[in-house]
Design a protein around this ligand. Structure first.
Ligand SMILES: *Cc1c(COP(=O)(O)O)cnc(C)c1O
Length: 398
């Protein structure tokens, strides 16, 4: 083994880099999860997560990856053979659909082109046809991490309302929460699914469901078997800050610290504005390189990541290998049917102007070293955007 100087740049769109402060918060002796000190921790993180989701309703925390919370959303609310309407925004929507199939649900998958978010009009049209209300839930991915397109969740809610359809509305914002705006109550979402290792700046290992009263009511009659994922089992002890089984105690210490940073110190509106500004600078770099951003609708550009199409005949796998070897930076790969065609630049989590500039410098140097045809000047274009928007900020403050 040889020592690689400097830190690794983890610029995949999740897991994101964990801030020092959060790592220090996790670095604590494990405590009794049935004792009084834990009760306060439990209450603090449950209250903080409600603010993250912008909900007055209940939030459930699982010691699991995001996939577990996907499963929990379905098994708590649905019965075997129920039809669920899902939208093919990309690879993560496809994985959620496959999970529904394995649970003996009947997913109906509206085809998408992996270059747009979920289409509210297509969802409305399908619901309007379903006069007998056989569709029990509509499931949409908010920030599709495989494509860099964000679905307009408020618009999808309006589409469901226009169709006057009673289906539950479930949203995966595993990679969106804590990076781009999300409003569980205002958007009338029944179950929101989230995870720890993306915008929340934690290691992998926690996932979340935010619940509406309608989702809780549905859980009373839902027949899919569940035990570990059962909301009932969680909500009762949660009232006093406790969990039905051993929680991921130390990750919850980290969560409390991350929530303090996001909600109280930086403030969510500033967090979201920071991500949008970095995403805009990244897209300017891509355009200056003469490459193409995968997402085709500017209203749906993601603040979390930018997916970039490789020029025809060039491999993203080979390109990312060059970047990793030369610059100790991991970029996101092309997933599912866009494998080897797209690479992804993660600009989420604990991320600032210089992290972006280092990341884009690594990409631009990598393009040259890997022999990928491009124009120079992407880094300069991003830098110009960052300095202009900084200058505008100081002018406003003065
Ligand atoms: C990361 C991610 C998942 C999967 O989460 P895991 O923690 O890997 O189980 C699901 N959906 C989206 C949108 C994601 O970004």
């Amino acid at each position: 083994m040889t020592y690689t100087a400097g830190r690794h740049f983890l610029q995949i769109p999740g897991p994101s880099t964990v801030p020092e402060r959060v790592m220090r918060a996790i670095d604590m002796p494990v405590i009794d999860h049935r004792g009084p000190e834990f009760a306060q921790l439990g209450k603090d993180v449950l209250a903080g997560m409600k603010r993250m989701f912008k909900t007055q309703g209940d939030v459930v925390i699982f010691p699991a990856s995001g996939t577990g919370a996907w499963e929990a959303a379905l098994v708590n609310t649905l019965s075997p053979g129920d039809t669920v309407l899902m939208y093919e925004s990309g690879q993560f929507a496809t994985l959620w659909k496959n999970l529904a199939l394995r649970l003996a649900l009947k997913p109906e998958f509206i085809a998408g082109d992996w270059r747009h978010g979920a289409d509210p009009a297509a969802i409305e049209a399908r619901l309007a046809e379903d006069k007998g209300h056989s569709i029990k839930a509509v499931c949409v991915v908010h920030n599709e991490t495989s494509t860099g397109c964000t679905s307009r969740i408020g618009e999808v809610r309006k589409a469901i309302d226009r169709a006057k359809h009673p289906a539950l509305f479930m949203v995966d914002t595993i990679s969106g929460l804590g990076s781009v705006d999300y409003r569980h109550d205002e958007w009338g979402v029944d179950v929101t699914v989230a995870g720890s290792q993306k915008g929340l700046m934690l290691p992998p290992g926690l996932s979340f469901n935010a619940l509406s009263a309608k989702a809780l009511a549905a859980s009373q009659s839902a027949k899919l078997p569940r035990s570990y994922w059962s909301w009932d089992e969680m909500l009762a002890p949660n009232k006093n800050g406790f969990f039905p089984y051993t929680p991921a105690t130390n990750l919850l210490y980290g969560l409390r610290e991350a929530l303090k940073m996001l909600l109280d110190e930086e403030g969510l509106d500033h967090v979201f504005a920071r991500h949008q500004r970095h995403a805009e600078a990244a897209r300017r770099a891509v355009n200056a390189w003469g490459l193409e951003v995968l997402c085709q609708n500017p209203a749906e550009y993601s603040g979390v990541l930018t997916a970039v199409l490789m020029p025809a005949g060039h491999s993203e796998i080979a390109f990312r290998k060059v970047v990793l070897e030369h610059f100790n930076m991991s970029l996101g790969s092309g997933l599912g049917k866009i494998t080897d065609k797209v690479f992804r630049i993660g600009h989420l989590g604990d991320f600032n102007d210089l992290t972006l500039m280092a990341t884009l410098s690594g990409v631009e140097m990598g393009l040259e070293l890997a022999g990928v045809p491009h124009k120079k000047g992407g880094v300069a274009a991003a830098m110009a955007h960052l300095t202009q928007t900084r200058a505008a900020k100081s002018a406003k403050a003065a």
